[in-house]
Design a protein. Structure first.
Ligand SMILES: [Zn+2]
Length: 244
């Protein structure tokens, strides 16, 4: 019994440390007590959002879920969706002001935070794909075994903002051409393994990183079908090995 007290103290300090490093996790966990409307189960919209925005949110979530089911088979991810109406609110929940949306994944839950620009099926489906991968592999394996380029490349298969073509071969060609148009020299996959490498080297580099990832993933699908992607994920799940 005397060991219990120090264990509780250590756990308590770990919790405090976690919350101070990731305050957005605490905010997301308590979103229902904040200034949000609970639109439907696990969907929250800022109280200042208009009825039109709320209707759009529900409509786009439906479209995004359909894309998740088409690509992943079924939706296992259960992230709570939080739609913010202004940049400050978004930054509070996402911890960054960048991007139209972000996914916060933790071992205890996940949240998809959207800002005004994220009110569309592309951004929601993109973030749902991140949540889907993490749900299927678990937080630890996703963080330690999945390179960022793979996670982002797969998410772009559900996100039609950069390339509209949906036929796998046409989509691959479109990404390849766009990438060639952007730069004659794209980064190697080894240079896009971590979030820091992918997002931390300026806007243009991140754009190149997205197109590079999408070209590689769409090429794999064009030759081997979606099954090839699922096999890679399965191998990580069963053998703890990433092979592409
Ligand atoms: Zn992403």
């Amino acid at each position: 019994m005397r060991f219990l007290k120090p264990i509780f103290i250590i756990l308590f300090f770990c919790f405090i440390l976690f919350i101070s490093v990731f305050p957005q996790v605490l905010r997301c966990s308590f979103v229902k007590y904040d200034d949000f409307i609970n639109l439907q189960p696990k969907v929250y919209a800022a109280t200042t959002s208009t009825l039109k925005q709320q209707d759009s949110l529900k409509k786009y979530i439906k479209i995004a879920k359909k894309r998740v089911e088409d690509f992943w088979g079924d939706q296992k991810g259960k992230a709570t969706i939080i739609f913010c109406d202004n940049p400050e609110e978004y930054q509070n929940y996402c911890r960054t002001s960048d991007g139209a949306g972000c996914t916060i994944g933790t071992p205890v839950g996940s949240w998809i935070v959207l800002n005004k620009d994220g009110l569309n099926a592309d951004v929601i489906a993109h973030e749902m794909s991140h949540d889907e991968l993490m749900t299927r592999l678990g937080w630890w394996k996703t963080r330690t075994k999945i390179p960022t380029w793979f996670d982002e490349g797969v998410a772009l298969m559900l996100d039609y903002r950069f390339v509209e073509a949906q036929d796998s071969i046409q989509r691959y060609k479109a990404y390849r051409d766009e990438l060639f148009f952007l730069s004659k020299k794209s980064p190697s996959l080894e240079e896009l393994s971590t979030e820091k490498e992918f997002f931390g080297q300026g806007e243009f580099y991140t754009k190149l990183a997205y197109y590079t990832s999408a070209s590689i993933v769409s090429r794999k699908i064009a030759y081997g079908g979606k099954q090839a992607i699922h096999e890679t994920i399965q191998k990580v799940k069963q053998e703890n090995e990433f092979e592409f």
